[in-house]
Design a protein around this ligand. Structure first.
Ligand code: DGY
Length: 352
């Protein structure tokens, strides 16, 4: 472990990120200790045996970084790199207090998550779960084509609804890319609600409006949460999972939505009260829902209220799961940890 008389900094990697990405860590100036499995999380004993004395740690969003973790790593730790854009699993304050840098993976996954966000809006509106289940079960013959059978809500503008309104709970990078995709569907209004404590951004809003005016966006505004629920044809939940956003989508919100509207959550499960959403789908307060994240995941059994609900499409947190994007995230997370450990510029360091 010695190079030119100096101890090489230790980097602990809690998951095998695949040969192509891991090759980047194959360097003589680092002492890399990596968990062997791509699919199974590292066990706690392995982690706590290995993190003492680490200078850098690369981990996933399913792993918690708290005081206990940081104490175990000890004072050598200079950088934590997470292979995720979200960082709710990390005690950012504690990192800042200890002067530890945090690397994350913004931008690289934006388009993949925006894709799946629109896909869920279409799937939820068009009854894809209920109808594919019928086909899978060999029951299609029991449902001959009928004029109003399996009808759902149309995403694109139509003769009955010439204007369509997208409502964004949170308007960051993924929401902006989602809006860009919705314009060709004839969405003419976009409303969003930000964290109530955040400052309005009139200049950014004017810029967004101007940018898309030629593509038909007639209105772009920050609204309060009640107006967002009331006015939107599709509500996109795209805010970080933190105490201030816990269950923002609750019974009151869902009851205020249009009966024809759809709710999509591709951010964090904690923003949505699952029981309330299941009830909203079951009792027809809304047309349907599509969620890529569920509170308590991955412990979401077959009898979970949302899984049982025919009007709710549930995906197992695959928003960024394309080969291209995951390789990009892995590469970025590795480059973050290498730069953080060796004192270079991290490709994406969180401004704490
Ligand atoms: C993230 O990056 O935060 C995701 O939820 C995983 O893609």
């Amino acid at each position: 472990h010695l190079q030119s008389g100096m101890a090489r900094p230790k980097v602990v990697v809690t998951r095998n990120l695949g040969a192509e990405a891991m090759r980047l860590l194959d360097r003589s100036d680092l002492d890399v200790v990596a968990w062997h499995s791509e699919t199974q999380p590292c066990d706690k004993k392995w982690l706590y045996d290995n993190i003492p004395g680490a200078t850098g740690i690369l981990l996933l969003f399913s792993e918690k970084v708290d005081q206990e973790f940081l104490d175990a790593a000890g004072p050598t730790l200079k950088v934590v790199s997470t292979m995720s854009v979200g960082y709710e699993h990390i005690d950012v304050k504690a990192l800042a207090q200890r002067g530890i840098k945090l690397g994350y993976t913004p931008d690289v996954l934006t388009e993949a998550v925006a894709d799946i966000t629109v896909m869920l809006a279409l799937m939820a509106g068009r009854n894809v779960k209920e109808t594919t289940t019928i086909v899978q079960n060999g029951q299609w013959s029991a449902y001959p084509w009928a004029p109003y059978l399996f009808c759902g809500s149309q995403l694109s503008a139509n003769w009955l609804q010439p204007t369509r309104t997208a409502g964004f709970l949170g308007f960051g990078r993924i929401a902006q890319s989602t809006l860009a995709r919705l314009l060709p569907f004839g969405f003419t209004r976009a409303l969003y609600t930000g964290n109530p404590s955040s400052q309005p951004k009139p200049a950014r809003d004017a810029e967004m409006h101007a940018k898309y005016a030629s593509q038909g966006l007639a209105e772009f505004r920050r609204v309060d949460i009640a107006e967002l629920a009331r006015e939107s044809d599709v509500v996109f939940v795209l805010a970080p999972g933190e105490p201030s956003t816990y269950h923002v989508v609750n019974e009151e919100f869902l009851r205020a939505m249009k009966k024809t509207a759809v709710l999509v959550n591709t951010s964090r499960g904690s923003l949505v009260d699952s029981e309330a959403l299941a009830k909203a789908c079951r009792e027809g307060w809304i047309s349907g829902a599509g969620v890529d994240v569920v509170e308590g995941e991955p412990h979401v059994p077959a009898d979970h209220p949302l899984v049982k609900e025919p009007r709710c499409v549930v995906l197992p947190h695959i928003g960024s799961a394309t080969n291209e994007t995951r390789l990009g995230m892995g590469t970025m997370a590795i480059n973050n940890v290498i730069a953080g450990v060796l004192g270079g510029n991290m490709p994406a360091e969180l401004n704490m």
